[in-house]
Design a protein around this ligand. Structure first.
Ligand SMILES: [Ca+2]
Ligand SMILES: [Ca+2]
Length: 367
């Protein structure tokens, strides 16, 4: 076969890799209180279950192979701090509150005349989603009124998320968008607060409370009822219920090793250095590398210099790409040291090419 044609066919075959899951859920059909359940999960897996989105909920419910009508612990617990955060999960460090705001016990925020104002999450308002693809981010005004949670779900299903307004620049962009779109009323943005925290410290802002919940009264831990809609209830942490643990598929190793040493470490202790085939995997990697102690983190990406080609350790060609400018796309100098791929742990967390003897943190995957 013509070699070019062969490579094209190979690319078509290999670029259709299905996405991996970030976590595996394990149902433990033993009744324990929340703290004992947490300890069990941390000893045997990664932690009590974290849920990022509706797909995770579906996977979690699938793991519960018991027909009885139980409550089941997940890893969400009430804290004493009610902190503002972006729907994307980032902490809201310096929200641009209007004068005197926030002024209530309200838990969601709107944009009003270019400034933020806290209002009740149950109001029915129009909203702005951020839309993102690989190249740029933009905004989408949704001219339907919904409460804040429903607006968040809508954005996540159709665009990306409710819009974040993290700094002066984003604030100006959103304000310009509001002016250009002739929006005069309050609009939801992706700012909310709640006191709930995941056991594994994940910043997932996904919540799926049953109506009327959480209703407090000393109920500081979260259960689901998998046989009903799977929605969430707060319950007393000392009750004894079965529970669901999760096992992370990506593990950040905060040791500084060369690329060959890192690969050996992952193969001995897990499965391999991570391969990033899709935007979903990249998002999971971005979540993990935030805790790194080096400014870049090794991936399972190596360069075949003579062929001018980058290949994942899993054997696949690089189809989904997220290179930083000037990296990965131009041929490397083959007379110098071999190059490997890393992901930046800060900034926009793109991939960079590094000599393999650099010592970096790295990410192992567990299959
Ligand atoms: Ca207010
Ligand atoms: Ca309750």
């Amino acid at each position: 076969m013509d070699q070019t044609l062969y490579f094209i066919l190979l690319l078509i075959a290999l670029c259709s890799v299905s996405e991996c899951v970030q976590r595996q859920y394990h149902f433990i059909n033993v009744r324990k209180n929340w703290t004992e359940a947490q300890r069990h999960c941390r000893e045997s897996y990664t932690d009590l279950a974290t849920v990022d989105n509706m797909n995770d909920m579906i996977e979690l419910k699938k793991s519960v192979n018991d027909e009885r009508d139980y409550y089941i612990w997940i890893g969400l617990k009430r804290t004493s701090v009610d902190k503002w955060q972006w729907s994307s999960g980032e902490p809201a460090l310096y929200p641009n509150w209007g004068p005197g705001q926030p002024d209530g016990r309200d838990e969601c925020a709107v944009m009003r005349n270019g400034e933020l104002n806290d209002v009740s999450c149950s109001l029915s308002l129009t909203f702005i989603c951020s839309s993102s693809n690989n190249m740029n981010t933009g905004h989408v005004f949704v001219n339907q009124t919904k409460n804040w949670r429903d607006a968040q779900s809508f954005c996540r299903q159709t665009h990306s998320d409710l819009v974040s307004v993290r700094n002066q620049n984003e604030s100006q962009q959103v304000q310009k968008f509001i002016n250009d779109s002739h929006i005069s009323n309050d609009v939801w943005i992706g700012l909310f607060r709640d006191p709930w925290q995941w056991s594994d410290q994940s910043n997932s802002s996904f919540r799926d409370w049953a109506s009327g919940e959480p209703n407090g009264g000393g109920e500081n831990c979260t259960v689901i009822k998998p046989n009903a809609l799977g929605q969430w209830y707060d319950g007393s942490c000392i009750s004894q219920f079965p529970f669901v643990c999760h096992e992370d598929k990506l593990i950040l190793i905060r040791e500084n090793l060369t690329w060959p040493e890192a690969m050996r470490y992952c193969r001995q202790n897990y499965t391999d250095l991570v391969s990033v085939h899709s935007v979903q995997m990249q998002e999971e990697v971005m979540n993990v590398v935030k805790r790194a102690s080096t400014e870049a983190v090794w991936l399972g990406l190596h360069n075949f210099c003579s062929m001018n080609m980058w290949i994942w350790l899993s054997g696949e060609i690089v189809c989904y790409q997220n290179w930083a400018p000037g990296n990965g796309t131009t041929p490397e100098n083959c007379s110098l040291e071999k190059r490997k791929g890393a992901v930046q742990s800060g900034g926009d967390q793109r991939w960079i090419s590094r000599p393999e003897t650099h010592k970096l943190n790295f990410i192992c995957s567990r299959s």
